[in-house]
Write a protein that binds this ligand. Structure first.
Ligand code: CDP
Length: 234
């Protein structure tokens, strides 16, 4: 039984969020998303010439993504360099972004997305996706929608939102279900499952994920509005 969360949050309560765009002056677009003790910074370049050339597609653009955790992002220094986990997360981010960005508008070109985790306390792939989509919007790329992502989990019999690392590790490990939405389209662009759930629990997890993603979506729109208002004053 998991009736009270370790940090006393409600089951549907997200950790405190900070979200801003335009944090990397040298990139075409950028964003910082912090949720509790997890922080992602995303920077976007392009559309630009495809390199290496053989990756080029004549009818649409391509996205390449690099996800990395800073060595100081976790209590045990994260090993510098790209490992299998980094490669997997880079792939799921670029797959999800491909559904959000109108790649057909950029034939024969490439969009490069770099995401760095400065602090990790679980849910980094979801934080990365939210930050990356905001960075793409900040870069002015045409998009079908923003991405709003959250890790839902099952601890004991309870389905809870936005797991912390302590919750992920609680009593032998929670079931981790990262979910990402294009909220206005009600499309799921990422759904992973690490652990076991019943069909009904999975449905409940997706419902909770949708509700939480909508909360994040409102914050994303507000952050873009702030950026736009700020720019129009210059
Ligand atoms: O970060 P996310 O939940 O998307 O992916 P994960 O592979 O399930 O990792 C869960 C968490 O484990 C991370 O968010 C970090 O807090 C932690 N972790 C770590 O402490 N050291 C690593 N080398 C990798 C992950």
């Amino acid at each position: 039984m998991y009736e009270e969360r370790l940090d006393k949050r409600q089951f549907d309560e997200l950790r405190p969020i900070e979200l801003e765009t335009g944090v990397v002056p040298n990139a075409n677009g950028s964003a910082r998303f912090k949720i509790g003790g997890t922080e992602a910074i995303a920077a976007v370049y392009g559309p630009a010439e495809v390199k290496p050339k053989h990756l080029e597609k004549s009818d649409q653009g391509i996205i390449i993504c690099k996800y990395d955790m800073m060595p100081f992002s976790v209590p045990d220094r994260a090993k510098p360099g790209i490992d299998r986990r980094d490669m997997e997360i880079s792939l799921v981010i670029s797959n999800a972004l491909s559904r959000a960005i109108m790649l057909e508008e950029f034939p024969s070109s490439m969009i490069s997305v770099y995401v760095y985790i400065t602090q990790a306390d679980a849910g980094t792939r979801c934080a990365s996706l939210t930050a990356a989509s905001m960075a793409c919007a900040d870069a002015g790329l045409p998009m079908r929608d923003l991405i709003a992502a959250v890790a839902v989990g099952k601890i004991g019999d309870s389905i809870v939102a936005d797991l912390s690392k302590a919750e992920e590790d609680y009593e032998g490990g929670a079931t981790d279900i990262p979910i990402a939405f294009l909220p206005s389209k009600d499309e799921i662009v990422l759904l992973q499952l690490d652990g076991e759930v019943s069909k009904d629990e999975l449905k409940k997890a997706i419902e909770l994920g949708r509700k939480e993603a909508n909360k994040i979506y409102e914050l994303e729109k507000a952050a873009l509005k702030r950026r736009f208002t700020y720019e129009s004053k210059d």
